[in-house]
Ligand binder design. Structure first.
Ligand SMILES: [Mg+2]
Length: 370
């Protein structure tokens, strides 16, 4: 089997605003083969930047578009092609948008391998530790504590057993921060798990203070309170925090995740559409396992990312939860025909060959901008 083409398809809603909502656009990757099997992947990046990295012409040996690194090659040689993409983009890559772009092709290669071998992807990763994951509903803090309370009530009524609120007005003031968390907890009741995503809003001293203040509301973790470059702050925070500290969604490399584990984080959160795909996400999860830490996906895109996340998480012993974005964007809700229903708070791992998804081509046609 040979790769004949790589398509990078940029989708975007008619209006995009500056909320921290990644479901407003995406980059879908299709890898075509001479045997008619098409693999599907997704990139979480600036879609225009990642599309350019995939489609770029040859500049020189270590500065070539990712498409050129894989065209004509056997798609089942996933590790070799991952290396070829990484080495072929060293000049402008080794992280950031180039690594995010590699993710889309890597996920598509695993989809092809599963379809060609008649196996769901998680089985190619060594098999499943579980056939369903406990989903936590992931949504942004609402503009007021009262609106956050109402939303928490609605999500609890939908059967979720864990909910994360993030970003929005968090960080505005001590009073607002505590009111948001208090009302989120009140809306969920005492028996559901609550995660707090601070959204990079604190300096180290404030984060240490908030971790102690939030502890009263028994959060399962406090996520991304600090700037991703503030590793010294993460070390100090993790050493004294009474609750788990989680981060990792801004990291794209193994080195970056190693540094977060060294800083003492309890939970690392690789995004399969940012870290270089399934090939790297599973490695990050295993690194966390060696340190007896949890690995939970970051995912705030479409059903493609949900499926890819389910497969790598299923193949890890230390991955008890699934981030499940509940934004109502049509890209999140309708791009894949599979809807990944939450049943009693759990989402099933796909059992069909490959990722187990089919794209709705009408949705692609409606939102395609390039
Ligand atoms: Mg987050």
């Amino acid at each position: 089997m040979k790769i004949t083409d790589v398509e990078a398809i940029w989708l975007q809603l008619p209006t995009v605003d500056d909320r921290a909502d990644g479901t407003q656009d995406t980059l879908v990757v299709k890898v075509h083969t001479d045997e008619g099997i098409v693999g599907v992947g997704e990139v979480d990046s600036s879609p225009m930047a990642a599309k350019a990295i995939i489609e770029a012409p040859l500049s020189h040996r270590i500065a070539r578009g990712l498409r050129l690194c894989v065209i004509g090659e056997d798609p089942l040689d996933i590790a070799r092609l991952w290396h070829a993409m990484y080495e072929g983009s060293i000049f402008f890559g080794r992280g950031g948008a180039a690594q995010q772009a590699i993710s889309g092709i890597d996920i598509a290669l695993w989809d092809i391998a599963g379809k060609a071998l008649g196996q769901p992807v998680y089985r190619l990763l060594g098999g499943g530790f579980r056939n369903r994951l406990r989903a936590y509903a992931s949504i942004l803090f609402q503009e007021t504590p009262e609106a956050t309370y109402d939303l928490a009530r609605r999500l609890a009524d939908q059967g979720f057993t864990a909910v994360k609120f993030g970003w929005g007005p968090m960080g505005t003031s001590e009073k607002t921060d505590l009111a948001l968390v208090r009302m989120a907890r009140r809306g969920l009741g005492d028996h559901l798990d609550l995660m707090i995503d601070a959204g990079i809003c604190y300096d180290t001293a404030t984060a240490i203070r908030r971790a102690h203040q939030f502890a009263e509301y028994n959060p399962f973790w406090l996520e991304e309170p600090l700037h991703p470059d503030n590793l010294e702050g993460y070390s100090r925070l993790a050493a004294v925090s009474p609750i788990r500290i989680a981060a990792g969604e801004q990291e794209t490399t193994l080195v970056g995740f190693q540094a977060l584990l060294d800083a003492g984080l309890a939970v690392v959160q690789p995004d399969v559409a940012r870290v270089g795909g399934i090939s790297q996400a599973i490695q990050i999860g295993r690194m966390a396992m060696q340190r007896h830490r949890l690995c939970v996906n970051h995912s705030y895109k479409t059903g493609i990312s949900i499926a890819a996340s389910l497969h790598f998480l299923a193949a890890l012993p230390n991955a008890p939860l699934l981030e499940y974005c509940v934004e109502q964007s049509p890209l999140r809700q309708t791009l894949t025909r599979e809807t990944f229903p939450v049943v009693d708070g759990w989402v099933a791992v796909p059992q069909e060959p490959g990722l187990g998804i089919t794209l709705d081509e009408e949705v692609i046609a409606r939102y395609r901008v390039a």
